[in-house]
Write a protein that binds this ligand. Structure first.
Ligand code: SF4
Length: 153
């Protein structure tokens, strides 16, 4: 039986990004993932009740999430993270492939909070919660690694 893998929904081609677009992986990467895992798509920001499209938001120095128009959306981000964690539990899933740089899904880098496109080392709200709950997180540039570490291939 294949292991379950939680995956950022936008990587599967679902148009759930803040700008209504997606981050679909290459057909080759998708085939490799589908051959090796049962994929469970989640978009924490939609799960938190945010609409699509929506204004961009970034994590601030105080770790709160601020929308570009100055409104705090921290609660929605944390609600979405909790919902994604619950889905992981229901799916018996302890690995995740999440979209790098996102304030929810980034696992190594996030935007620096100034809405100018600059990245800093850091983790998204959902990834942070996943890692605190022993879910190992990979990003879209680590497909080879996820296969190597979690399958017999
Ligand atoms: Fe993709 Fe995650 Fe952003 Fe949703 S919250 S659009 S899954 S990066």
């Amino acid at each position: 039986m294949k292991r379950t893998l939680l995956i950022s929904a936008c990587l599967l081609g679902i148009s759930c990004r803040y700008d209504g677009k997606d981050n679909e992986l290459s057909q080759n990467d998708l085939r490799i993932l589908k051959d090796n895992f049962t994929l469970i798509p989640v978009c924490p920001e939609q799960l938190g009740g945010l609409s699509t499209p929506r204004l961009p938001a970034e994590i601030q120095e105080d770790e709160k999430v601020l929308r570009k128009d100055g409104v705090y959306v921290d609660l929605a981000f944390r609600k979405g993270a909790e919902a994604a964690l619950m889905i992981a539990g229901l799916s018996d899933c302890n690995i995740a492939l999440m979209k790098e740089n996102s304030p929810s899904c980034g696992n190594n880098y996030i935007y620096d909070g100034n809405f100018n496109g600059s990245l800093i080392p850091g983790k998204g709200i959902t990834v942070n919660l996943f890692e605190k709950n022993a879910i190992k997180v990979y990003n879209e540039n680590e497909i080879e690694k996820i296969i190597k570490e979690n399958t017999n291939v």
